[in-house]
Design a protein around this ligand. Structure first.
Ligand code: NAP
Length: 278
């Protein structure tokens, strides 16, 4: 069993179900949550099934880059290793909102936070190799194309457009990460969890109560992230997009290596990353 796993957005939805299953299987899970009370409530509930000593709460608002830096300092200071990083946290907003760093919110939380967190944890992940990065993307990426002249939708913003773009950015980031980190012993894969009954889905589509039985439960949605986090079947597999625990082709836009490189460069600049982290 991979021992140390960090899961972002661990207090509800797919992240919480992923945390629960990994802890049940014996992993020590660092639960990254935006809100302390919600995080503690989730930890206490999960601890009824799994040993509470396997769970730890780390508070971080991932929309704020200084908080991501602070989170990484706490991880580096407190934990000897990190076997798996699960970038799961995500947000949907119909209204265009900006973060304290001046970034569009969905771009910041869904793309920039995984980008920054993963890059800042590079040394820890490398020293724990073989280790894994798992990124929760979505089939919504198939609806998107990136516009490098207006990456953060300053004009023509809709919540759905921004969401789909951020999920395309997840797939492009995974691809470029796998390429840049080849030979380090750290793999990177992303996934579509299915259409899962969660708060995010309700915020995006306002689903009526009667539609819920047609959706996957968070536990079902957690199957592919858990598989990518711990299954021996994907040891050494990198740069792939998964659905239902199987690799599938992402959209043509998500296979554009030039766009993946360019997005990495732009993101590194926005995150203020220099040197090896770039
Ligand atoms: P969810 O139940 O709404 O959970 C989202 C999680 O992200 C929550 O824990 C939330 O914390 C956290 N989060 C949001 N903004 C944050 C921030 N600024 N800092 C730290 N944490 C933050 O939604 P979900 O459906 O499980 O979403 C998980 C992932 O699955 C997302 O990446 C989403 O894009 C992806 N996905 C979902 C579906 C689906 O059908 N549900 C389909 C495809 C992909 P709070 O509780 O504090 O808000």
């Amino acid at each position: 069993m991979r021992r140390f796993v960090l899961v972002t957005g661990a207090n509800r939805g797919i992240g919480r179900a992923t945390t629960e299953e990994l802890a049940r299987r014996g992993a020590r899970v660092l639960m990254v949550c935006r809100n302390r009370e919600r995080g503690e409530e989730a930890l206490e509930t999960i601890a009824r099934e799994a040993d509470a000593r396997r769970l730890e709460l780390l508070r971080c608002d991932l929309s704020v880059m200084s908080e991501v830096h602070d989170l990484v300092s706490r991880v580096e200071a407190g934990y000897p290793r990190l076997d798996v990083l699960v970038n799961n946290a995500g947000v949907y907003s119909d209204e265009r909102r900006t973060t304290p760093d001046g970034l569009e919110l969905q771009f910041a939380v869904n793309h920039m936070a995984p980008f920054l967190l993963t890059n800042l944890l590079r040394t820890t992940l490398e020293s724990s190799a073989p280790s894994r990065v798992v990124i929760v993307s979505s089939d919504a990426h198939r609806r998107a194309r990136l516009d490098f002249d207006d990456l953060q939708l300053e004009t023509g913003y809709t919540g759905w457009k921004a969401y789909c773009r951020s999920k395309l950015a997840n797939v492009l980031f995974t691809r470029e990460l796998a390429r840049r980190w080849e030979g380090t012993g750290v793999t990177a894969n992303c996934l579509h969890p299915g259409t899962v009954s969660t708060r995010l889905l309700e915020e995006a589509f306002g689903l009526a109560r009667f539609a819920r039985p047609l959706l996957k439960s968070p536990e079902e949605g957690a199957r592919t992230p858990v598989y990518l986090a711990v299954s021996p079947e994907v040891e050494g597999v990198t740069g792939k997009y998964f659905r239902d625990c199987e690799p599938v082709e992402p959209s043509p836009a998500a296979r554009d290596s030039g766009a993946a490189r360019r997005l990495w460069e732009v993101s590194a600049r926005l995150a203020g990353l220099t040197g090896r982290d770039r």
